[in-house]
Structure formats: C-alpha cells, structure tokens
Design a protein around this ligand. Structure first.
Ligand SMILES: Nc1ncnc2c1ncn2[C@@H]1O[C@H](COP(=O)(O)OP(=O)(O)OP(=O)(O)O)[C@@H](O)[C@H]1O
Ligand SMILES: [Mg+2]
Length: 316
C-alpha cells in the first residue's frame, strides 16, 4: 500500500472580492484543482510551485487540517480529517510559518509533554531525542523558553518535536524559510539523515531549490492547483532541454570561435554540450592564452523559472 494516495483532490475557497464601495462579489478560488499523487514508503518528495499554487493547501488536506472539497486522499491508510487522531500518531508536521511548540516552555518541557501526549515509550523517546540533540546541536538552548529562541533555533526544535513519536511520514512546509546559510545546511543534513534510513517518507515544500537538489529524488511541480511536472530533476532538465555549459576564459579577446557563444569583451567563450564535455575540452587544449575552463551543471533555478513562466502563460 502506498503511504500517500490522492485522487482528483480539490479544494475551493469562496472569497469576497470588493468590486466597488458598495458591491462585493463572491469568487471561487480553485486552490487545489484535481491533484493525483501516489507516494511510496521512503520516498523524499519535493512539492514546489509559485506563490499561491496550492502547496500549503494540499499539505493541509493531507494532514487533516482542511477538508477537501472533492476527491480522495489517504495517508497511511487513513482519511485525514475524520481519522485525524489516528493519523496524527503516524505523521509529523512542520509548518515553517507556524509553531507546534509551547511558547512559554523551554524545548525540553515541550518534548516531555509530547512524549506523554503521544504515549511514546520512554526508551524510544530518549534515543530519538539523543539523536536530534546531537544532529541539530540543541543542547545550548534546550532550557530557554521557545519565545526567546531565534528562528533557526526554533526550527531545529520544531523538527525534533515532529519526529519524537517516530512518524512514518514527515510533512514539511517551507522548513528553511528565513534561515541563515548555516542553519539551512543543518536542517538539510538532518533531513538527509532522516531520509537515508529509508523508513520515513518526506514531503517537502520550499522555494529554496537547493533544498530540493540536496534532498529529493522526485519533484512534483504544481501551478494553479494542478500538477505540471512529476519526475526526477534530471527528467525536468531533459524536458526543458537544459544543457551543461563549458565556460572558457582567455587572456586575449577573440572575435569568434566555432561553436561558441562569445561573451561581452571576447575574453569568455561559452559552449553548450549534450552529455560529456570531454570533446569540447580536448578541442580547447591548444587555444592560445587559455586561462581557465569551468564546466557548469544546468541550473535548476533557470529551468524552474521557465516552467513557472510557461504554466502561467498557459493559465486560463
Ligand atoms: N483560507 C483561505 N481562504 C481563502 N483562500 C485561500 C485560503 N487559503 C489559501 N487560499 C488561496 O488558495 C490559493 C493557494 O494557496 P496556498 O497557500 O495553498 O499556496 P502556496 O502554494 O502554499 O503558496 P506560497 O508559496 O505562497 O506559500 C491561493 O490563491 C490562496 O489565496
Ligand atoms: Mg504555502
């Protein structure tokens, strides 16, 4: 059985739009507009899309926070809203913008409360907490009330809180939002650790594509509530024809060089290659005034920007 199964999942919101000083009109927003998704145990899935695409709404339906308007969703075999109590024991949730911790309590006490709420055996709780403490460097702020923690510290606490009961699926909505480079890396390597064990399924939304590159084998892109890509990052590159580039810097400017884009003052040549760059590099060996050669992997930011742009242009 798949861990997550969604068929024709929809969520509509009715919003009132002000038309004039006296008139307000009802409008229906199709936040999630027929999503089909199957996720197997142990997968690490990146769920991305532009602002307002429907990512958070999808996660809220999967975690039992919001009732779908139509369609079906099952997580760990449960229907999230009616079976929320049972589901909560099997999943962990981190919403980057909201906290699940007790604001006035130190992390240590929050973790203790969670142990009682979830009735986690003491030994399991202790060993999971030990692992989180060392991987996320929690010790220096375990005894400080949550409201006094920095965002990065709090986020490490949130991740720990979400994992202490040993969930099968971890839902993360923008877990690295607002974090500095070091904290982002701490969160990423922690999630890699969680993921490589293979028994926790990870569903992650983010606007930071480095999160996706580091963590996810599979990428689902959603726009206007619909899935517009479902596959690997390589498949996305292939679909959008993104290529590796060989960038060559020269001491002396050249006017042209066969097969190259010559940039600005002619001191830089750029080649686009399919597959191996060996042939291009070999050909360049004898070039006079050769200073440096670099091979650049296709940039996921570029591809995703192109994808968002095309889907926006196609939108109704
Ligand atoms: N409670 C609500 N009431 C009315 N409209 C809503 C509500 N929640 C979300 N929406 C609308 O549904 C759409 C999808 O919102 P959602 O929060 O799922 O987007 P998102 O992909 O998470 O975006 P972001 O990247 O900005 O977090 C948006 O148009 C949003 O305005
Ligand atoms: Mg969101």
């Amino acid at each position: 059985m798949s861990v997550i199964e969604a068929r024709g999942l929809r969520k509509e919101f009715t919003v009132r739009v002000k038309r004039s000083r006296l008139r307000r009109e009802k409008r229906i927003v199709h936040a999630v507009d027929g999503v089909d998704l199957t996720v197997e145990r142990g997968e690490m899935l990146g769920y991305i899309g532009p602002n307002g695409a429907g990512k958070s709404t999808t996660l809220k339906m999967m975690t039992g926070v919001l009732m779908p308007s139509a369609g079906e969703v099952r997580v760990c075999g449960y229907t999230p809203v009616p079976q929320r109590t049972k589901l909560t024991r099997r999943i962990g949730v981190v919403f980057g913008q909201r906290s699940q911790l007790w604001w006035d309590l130190p992390l240590r006490d929050s973790f203790d409360l969670l142990r009682h709420i979830f009735r986690v055996p003491a030994a399991d709780h202790a060993s999971r907490l030990r692992r989180c403490r060392s991987l996320l460097d929690l010790d220096e702020f375990l005894d400080i009330p949550v409201r006094q923690l920095s965002l990065g510290q709090r986020m490490r606490g949130e991740l720990t809180a979400a994992l202490l009961h040993g969930p099968e699926v971890l839902f993360l909505d923008e877990p690295t939002i607002g974090l500095d480079v070091v904290s982002k890396q701490a969160v990423r390597s922690f999630l890699t650790e969680v993921g490589v064990r293979g028994d926790t399924t990870l569903v992650l939304t983010t606007h930071d594509l480095a999160d996706i590159e580091r963590l996810c084998q599979r990428l689902v892109v959603i726009d206007h509530g619909r899935v517009v890509h479902d596959g690997t990052i390589d498949a996305l590159h292939a679909r959008y024809g993104s290529r590796r580039r060989v960038v060559v810097d020269l001491d002396e400017p050249v006017a042209s060089y066969s097969g190259a884009i010559v940039e600005a003052d002619g001191r830089r040549l750029v080649f686009e290659v399919d597959g191996s760059a060996a042939a291009v590099v070999a050909r360049l060996g004898g070039l006079p005034g050769l200073r440096d050669i670099a091979i650049l992997e296709p940039d996921i930011e570029d591809v995703v920007a192109r994808l968002y742009k095309t889907t926006t242009e196609d939108a109704p």
